[in-house]
Design a protein around this ligand. Structure first.
Ligand code: ADP
Length: 595
């Protein structure tokens, strides 16, 4: 990305604050004019003092001169301080406002993106977070630098240069000639550093990912006592990063020395040149002071040029991936506009092929019918593609070929929000948000009354346990056990009350008692709805009126439990394995003994 295109992208964010910007710019200009005052006053002072020292009583005249000069300088400094304060404050205000807008817009954007965006490997949560954070901070730093540092400095430099040309063309030319040399050296420095900066960004992303991964896997790490292994992995990243940082510093410091030497050479040339004009009588002695001070004003922004280059480079690098996130319009979720007056709930998959964004082909020519108001069980080993079917039905992903029909209308034509509002999804481990139990249940219907929340919790068999907690429904939901959290998420679905329900191993993480309780409540909610259940529980599979057997992304069989069992095929094999894993003989012996 070029600087120009970066500014074009930032411009719309600055536009709403144009008056703030104009105020900052005006103050900048006034500040720059005032910054030249010292040089003029010093020249005047030196020249006056030179004359006064020739007089018989130099002390008295000199004291009066110094008094007037001091008053002028102090008054100027007071005004200058106020202007600088205003300029910095408004510049900072601009930065803070723009930073807030960037941060909000990026969240709005990513929320509108489809599921594939989140599962893409370069958007893993840690990486995405770093890209967003670094993007915002480097862009806002750029805005601040431009308006608070760069602009005043360059305005100063320009005015000082004009003043120098005004005083003497040759002195002006010397100052002017140093600028391209400085630009060349700074540009060289920036180019040398850009490779390092890119890899530093990668290291930072990997590092923050590595720490998140340690936190997420801490139980496994500890139980296998693999702390040294994890520490070694981290150490390698650290060492590579250190080497990179050292090279960056080495290059930076080397160029800094070259630039500082160039500046001093410039000062010497200005002194020699002005001294020559003083000696040949064309200038007064005060001009030496005057030119050195003005030359300082010309070189001060140039002294910072590498930092400015650095930060522009930073902004270019980080904003590249930041704007990739902001402008990933092809990642936007698509939605049709169809909203039916009535939803029956007949679902049909016709020759569906689906490959995940990472290239895993999960469904091959899948066809199945899921009749309305029935319970359909998806049966198959892990990885067979059962959850993928549910993902497609929720429009989280789109099939590459084939069709999915709901009440004979292509799913793609449906309004996505409407569709999801009519589908309830309960997963094996449901997400519980930070917040109270009540807030978590209300997620299913934000405007529900307390009574509705309590009723939903009762149906999910969690109400009594919540009431026993010291803070009741205001207790922190994250502190509940896994089984309790699962029932909170089922209560959430009861509150939503959708006509279509997908249950993806809803009781897999629960104990036997909780499973039994939830089974009862799920049985209640299953009535008169279209339900798809993915389960490894025999009782839940037997309950289904329709069974679809999947294997390696393909549909193998479809029918009722009795039909499929009689076929002696894949279903027979899976069912028999499930039954024998229960050790039915021993269970029945135990139960018989008790009778
Ligand atoms: P099941 O629910 O039957 O256990 P899934 O539908 O979860 O099976 O998975 C089917 C295949 O798709 C598996 O090979 C799995 O690794 C792959 N898969 C599942 N989710 C993703 C994903 N988000 N990205 C890439 N591959 C995936």
């Amino acid at each position: 990305m070029s600087i120009l295109s970066l500014f074009k992208k930032i411009l719309p964010f600055i536009k709403p604050y144009k008056w703030l910007l104009i105020a900052t710019l005006c103050l900048t200009l006034i500040g720059s004019v005032m910054a030249q005052v010292n040089a003029y006053i010093l020249r005047y002072t030196v020249d006056e003092l030179t004359v006064i020292t020739q007089n018989p009583d130099p002390m008295q005249q000199g004291a009066r001169l110094l008094l007037i000069i001091s008053i002028i300088l102090i008054a100027k400094e007071l005004i200058y301080a106020a202007i600088q304060f205003g300029q910095k404050f408004y510049g900072e205000k601009l930065r803070i406002f723009i930073s807030r807008d960037f941060a909000q817009l990026v969240v709005d954007k990513i929320l509108s993106y489809r599921m594939a965006f989140y599962t893409a490997s370069n958007n893993e949560s840690g990486k995405l977070q770093t890209r967003i954070d670094m993007g915002i901070s480097s862009l806002t730093r750029l805005v601040r630098n431009f308006f608070i540092d760069i602009l005043p400095l360059f305005a100063n430099a320009l005015l000082a240069l004009i003043a120098m040309f005004n005083a003497n063309v040759w002195v002006g030319l010397v100052s002017l000639s140093i600028i391209p040399i400085y630009f060349y050296v700074s540009n060289l420095q920036a180019k040398r550093l850009s490779g390092f900066r890119r890899s530093l960004r990668n290291y930072r992303e990997t590092k923050s990912n590595a720490i998140i991964s340690i936190i997420n896997s801490i139980t496994v790490i500890k139980s296998f006592t693999r702390e040294p292994l994890e520490a070694d992995k981290h150490e390698k990243i650290q060492f590579d990063m250190t080497e990179n940082q050292m090279k960056t510093r080495h290059t930076s410091f080397m160029f800094d020395s070259i630039k500082s030497m160039l500046e001093q050479v410039g000062v010497v040339v200005v002194i020699i040149l002005t001294a020559f004009f003083v000696l040949n009588g064309t200038m007064s002695i005060g001009a030496i002071m005057f030119h050195i001070m003005l030359f300082g004003n010309v070189t001060s922004p140039i002294r910072q040029l590498h930092r400015i280059y650095d930060e522009i480079n930073d902004a270019l690098i980080y904003s590249e991936s930041f704007f990739e996130i902001m402008e990933a319009d092809d990642e936007k979720e698509t939605s049709g506009s169809y909203i039916p007056s009535e939803l029956k709930g007949n679902i049909e998959l016709k020759n569906v092929d689906f490959t995940y964004p990472n290239g895993t082909k999960a469904l091959h020519n899948v066809s199945m019918t899921i009749p309305a108001n029935t319970i359909t069980a998806l049966v198959g080993l892990s990885g067979a593609g059962k959850s993928t079917v549910v993902n497609l039905l929720d429009k989280f992903y789109q099939p590459q070929s084939g069709k999915i029909l709901l009440d004979n209308v292509d799913l793609m034509e449906y309004d996505t929000n409407w569709l999801r509002n009519n589908i309830g999804l309960v997963l094996q481990r449901n997400h519980i948000f930070h917040g109270s139990i009540k807030e978590n249940i209300l997620y299913g219907k934000p405007n529900a009354t307390d009574d509705e929340v309590f009723l939903a919790a009762k149906k999910a068999h969690i109400h009594d346990q919540v009431m026993e907690l010291p803070k009741g429904y205001d207790s922190e939901a994250n502190l509940l056990s896994g089984g309790q959290q699962q029932r909170i998420s089922i209560a959430r679905m009861f509150l939503k009350n959708p006509p279509i329900i997908f249950l993806d191993e809803p009781t897999a993480s629960l104990d036997a008692i909780a499973t039994q309780e939830i089974k009862n409540s799920l049985d209640a909610i299953k009535k008169d709805r279209t339900v798809i259940i993915i389960s490894h529980s025999i009782s839940q599979i037997i309950d289904a009126e329709n069974v679809v057997v999947m294997d390696k992304g393909r549909v193998m069989e479809q029918g009722t439990h009795e039909q499929l069992y009689a076929q002696n095929g894949k279903y027979h094999e899976i069912f028999s394995a499930m039954a024998s894993s229960l050790n039915l003989d021993k269970i029945s012996d135990t139960l018989n003994d008790q009778q």
